[in-house]
Design a protein around this ligand. Sequence first.
Ligand SMILES: C[S@@+](CC[C@H](N)C(=O)[O-])C[C@H]1O[C@@H](n2cnc3c(N)ncnc32)[C@H](O)[C@@H]1O
Length: 402
Amino acid sequence: MVEMVISFRKLVRDFPSTTYATFSIYRYPAKFIPQIIAYILKNYCKPNMAVFDPFAGYGTVGIVSRLFGCDYELWDLNPMLKVIHDTAVMRPIYVDVNKLIQELKSSNEIFIPKWSNLKYWHPEEFLDILTKVWGYYHSLEDNELKKLLVIPLLKVTRYFSYSDEKIHKLYKSKYAKKKVEDLLKKDWKTLFFTMLFNEIRELLKKIEDYNSLRPKPVKYKIKAGIDTLNTKLDQDVDVLITSPPYLQAQEYIRSTKLELFWLGYSENYIRQLSKKEIPYVNVRKIEVYSKTYEEFRSKIKDDHLLKLYDNYFFAILRAFTSLGENVKSYMFIFVGPAKVRGMPVPIDQIIVEHLKEFGWKHEATLIDRIVSHSMFKVNVNPASGLKENRMETEHLVILRRE
Ligand SMILES: C[S@@+](CC[C@H](N)C(=O)[O-])C[C@H]1O[C@@H](n2cnc3c(N)ncnc32)[C@H](O)[C@@H]1O
């Protein structure tokens, strides 16, 4: 097996940082750094090739593909994919931000999310303003201004809530309660609109920075709110680049629930999405062609963990096997060496062993150390009080069609 330790941040100098431009306009758990995608596109792709990410999350694969003139298709269960992507690839627009804030303040439209827990997450005082600014947003036609406004609105809404915006999971922490308490003692209305103003200005700058990287006109398709396990590609693609969900249960939908409610999704719809998340969704058993999979499976005694382990591998291996049929040359799969109850599971090795049976040759695994992965910064999970298993490296598996 060819393994090489590298640093994508050091190797790829196309961007000044991992959070430059629109590569970081909103927090999303386990987000790719743009350097990884740039590395792959520079070394393995040519302009006009078609790139595909079936677990696209934030949409980094698409946002970087444009810069290299590659067409792309992105899928994710989370509707946030389209929201973030559409803003991140915007052309620069001129907006009189002062005037926009005045319009938001004087709008008479009201939007109330269909959320039974609304008052658990926002104090009543804030709801006055929140329902008004979102009323304005929802009354807009689908245009560039609406795309620009949505991200700052989501950020400010999350701040003016009992959620701990420093943590991905939707979680009411001691810090968050204190934050609201302190806000209520201040002139929070002025603060709300100042923050919104600053967020809009910052986003406009980020959009300009992205455009200074000269994105090319490309063809693209976004499917957000779909279940990858039940979706097929309509046409062949050249390469697949993705990072599948992690084995450690990371609830992506739950992390963005507050956002989804304000965007107008219903409680029932969000619940249905949650149920389709890997590794929670029940997946039909498949034959797993991997000794490593069996070896680690035999060490798990807990029934619940065993079910999660099986479900996880049935889901991702089934997805890669079947989607791989429409991939012409390469698959790049980025995974972390996850742990089950403290036991590290070499997901990358299991993927390689299984896919070898389906005509994929293992070309190399590139190993990078995690530096700016916000998901792993917290050592103790404040929701459970348990120590998080820190991942120290991430593995980029490169598979070539034989
Ligand atoms: C590790 S994240 C991908 C992050 C992405 N690379 C980025 O740059 O943001 C895995 C993604 O898989 C998605 N996911 C989980 N179950 C899914 C399913 N059944 N169908 C489609 N997407 C799913 C999650 O919503 C999450 O966005």
